[in-house]
Ligand binder design. Structure first.
Ligand code: 1HN
Length: 350
């Protein structure tokens, strides 16, 4: 009797849904549990990209299409759980970009924020609003939103870097704007290295128009490997590693002491040889690059071998433990900066 009544209710509800659908109306109670999950439940998968394999495909693309023709010659690192979405996590994008000797990637700007983390090559540059950052391996270079940028390589070797952008975040807000300068390169209006000498030494120009060369909210855009690696090393010599992170340092914006860009948080870690981090989970899915060393990342049920320049991604809220077989140095970026502003960020240490 009861089953019959339930069945009748279901039949009538389905009929009601069918009638309301053409009016763009739908019942919340059928989807509520999927919308508001007790913990993060997204399709992002833990995954790793072997550098040599990706590099090989990138070089083959380099034989077929120029940087100028492609505008940006990049292989997207697509999360296997987000096919076709140009996304490595629900909020972030990652790609590997190649600039061959003599090439220029033409000048443009967009509302999306970008970082470059150099993987190979020495001496090619990104110019941001007319100031060149001449790049070395494992340098971090920022292109904050709406700043003109072009890339060039006047060396005789290819340069390859990891691009990290907030493309899915900007897409989520439907707030993408972009324009091309119409010239290959921005006029070089500021001497190379200027922003580092002005803002990268715990100083800032006191006054005068020259102080306005960079936007006040985003003064520094080049974080050199030799600087951050030295700082991490000195930290490691003065204290025991954090049980969940190892030795870890955040890249900060000197304008406000906060994250490097409004949507993107970046950090570097050093794990001593033989150290294994205690399991930790956080709501910011994170993209990592192996800078030095070997090890294994345990992410949920997966175990990922870490070798030279492996790029890997840890999804939101999956337990992560990293085992360093030799001294292991990692770079990582995530949307923690955005989540903290929205009061969403959480972490839990086991
Ligand atoms: C972009 O502007 C660059 O400037 C790289 O190098 C990757 C991916 C999507 C959209 C814009 C660059 C990009 C990008």
């Amino acid at each position: 009797m009861q089953a019959e009544r339930a069945n009748e209710q279901q039949v009538q509800l389905e009929a009601l849904y069918g009638e309301m659908r053409p009016h763009q109306l739908a019942p919340l109670w059928e989807v509520l549990a999927e919308l508001v999950t007790p913990t993060p439940a997204c399709p992002v998968k833990a995954h790793a990209w072997d550098y040599a394999t990706a590099r090989d495909y990138l070089m083959r693309a380099g034989d077929l299409i120029s940087a100028a023709q492609a505008e940006r010659r990049v292989l997207i690192l697509e999360n296997p759980g987000l096919p076709g979405q140009s996304a490595i996590t629900t909020s972030l994008y990652a790609g590997l970009q190649l600039i061959l000797p003599g090439e220029v990637a033409p000048c443009h700007r967009h509302s999306q924020c970008a970082l470059r983390f150099v993987l190979e090559g020495n001496g090619a540059f990104t110019a941001v609003d007319g100031e060149k950052a001449v790049m070395a391996p494992f340098d971090l270079v920022l292109t904050p939103g709406w700043q003109w940028h072009d890339h060039g390589n006047a060396t005789d070797r290819p340069m390859i870097w990891l691009d990290g952008l907030d493309i899915p975040t900007v897409r989520h807000f439907d707030a993408s704007f972009a324009e091309k300068l119409g010239e290959a390169a921005h006029p070089e209006t500021v001497p190379a290295g200027d922003s580092t000498s002005r803002y990268g030494r715990n100083l800032r120009p006191l006054r005068g128009t020259a102080a306005d060369r960079r936007p006040a909210h985003q003064p520094l855009f080049h974080y050199r490997y030799e600087d951050w690696r030295g700082a991490l090393d000195r930290l490691a010599r003065t204290e025991a590693p954090d049980p969940h992170l190892g030795h870890a340092m955040e890249f900060v914006n000197p304008a406000n002491g906060g994250s490097i860009m409004p949507t993107i948080f970046a950090h570097a870690r050093l794990l001593p040889a033989g150290f294994r981090t205690r399991t930790r989970r956080s709501s910011d899915a994170t993209v990592f690059v192996v800078v030095e060393g070997r090890g294994t990342a345990y992410i949920g049920e997966e175990s990922i071998a870490l070798a030279d320049r492996t790029v890997f991604v840890a999804p939101s809220w999956k337990p992560v433990s990293i085992d360093a077989q030799s001294e292991l140095v990692l770079f990582g970026y995530s949307d923690r900066a955005a989540q903290e502003k929205l009061n969403l960020y959480r972490e839990e240490n086991a």
